[in-house]
Ligand binder design. Sequence first.
Ligand code: BMA
Length: 340
Amino acid sequence: MNTVKIIGENLPNIPWQNKPEGAVGPVWRHSGNPVVPRNPAKGIARIFNSAVAWYEGRFVGVFRAETINGRPHLHVGWSEDGYDWKIDEKRIPFVDETGEPFQPNYAYDPRLVKVENTYYIIWCTDFYGASIGVAQTQDFKTFVRLENPFLPFNRNGVLFPRKIGGNFVMLSRPSDSGHTPFGDVFLSESPDFVYWGKHRHVLTKGGQGWWQSVKIGGGPAPIETSEGWLMFYHGVTGTCNGLVYSMGAVILDSEEPSRVKYRSSTYVLTPEEWYEERGFVPNVVFPCAALTDAASGKIAIYYGAADTYVGLAYTTVQEIVDYVKTTHEDVGDDAEIGRM
Ligand code: BMA
C-alpha cells in the first residue's frame, strides 16, 4: 500500500524507468547511462556532479564542467526530456549585486534549488580555499552572486526547498583545504540569505557499516515527504587504493531538520557499473539533484559517476522510505537537535 507521499509539485514527465526484474536494492539505474558523455561541448572534457530543475516547460541544469585545462566551472544546460542535454559552451556570467562581473576562480559540485520564486545555485567556490558560493536567478539569464555564506573551509552546501520556521536552511560539510579525511553534515539558518547562524549538527559519519566511515556530505535538495525530509547523501570509505563514494539515504524531522528520524545503515547505490568504476576518479557515485513527481511518488536522481559522467537513477518515495526505515540505525546523537 502506498502510504508515503511527496509534498511538492506534480511533474509527470520527469525521466523514469520501472524497476527492472532482479534489481538489487531500492535504487535502480537508468538503462541508457551515462546520460552526459565525455567531451559534451567545446572546451569541456567532462561533466559530472551536476544539478537539474524544471523551468518553464523544460529541464534546466547547472553543470560542473571540467574544462580542458582541468579547472571546474559552472555551465547551464537545457533539455526537453531530462536525458538529452545541450550544454552552453560559455560559463555562467555571474555578476554581483551591483551588476559588476563576479566570477569564481573555480566552481564545482553545484546544487540548484527553487525557494519561493527564485532559483538558488550553491557550489564549492574559492574563498581563500574551498568554501560555499551562492547565487540567485529568476530567468537563467541574469545570475546574481551573493555574499559567501560560510567561512572556509566548507563543501557540499545544500539548500532546503522551503523556509523552515521563517528562515532559509542550508546544510554544509565543514572541511579542510584538501581531500578532507573527515566530515559530518551541519545546518545553518538565515532570515535574509546574508547572515547565517543557529548552526546545528545533523549527521555523523560512521555507524556500524564501513561505507560511510571517512566522511559524508549532503546530496540533492531534501525532498519533503509525509515522513519528513528525505535526503540522499554521499558516504565515503577509505581503501588501500583510494576513496570510494556511495549514496545513502536519511529522513530528517520536518520542522526540526537537525534531528534524524531514520537513517539507512547500508548504502542505497554504490559504484558497480563501468561508468562509475572507471574514469578520472574511479569508484565515485555522487548525487547532486533529484526530480520528483508528487502524484506518482517517482524520484529521478542525477549523480556524478567517476568524476567523468552524469548518471540517472530511480526510486519511489514509498520504496526508499520503507527501505530507510527497515534498515535504520542510530548513529551518534543524530536523533538530538545537534546543539552542543
Ligand atoms: C570530493 C569532491 C567531489 C568529487 C569527489 C571524488 O572531494 O571534489 O567533487 O566527486 O571528491 O573525487
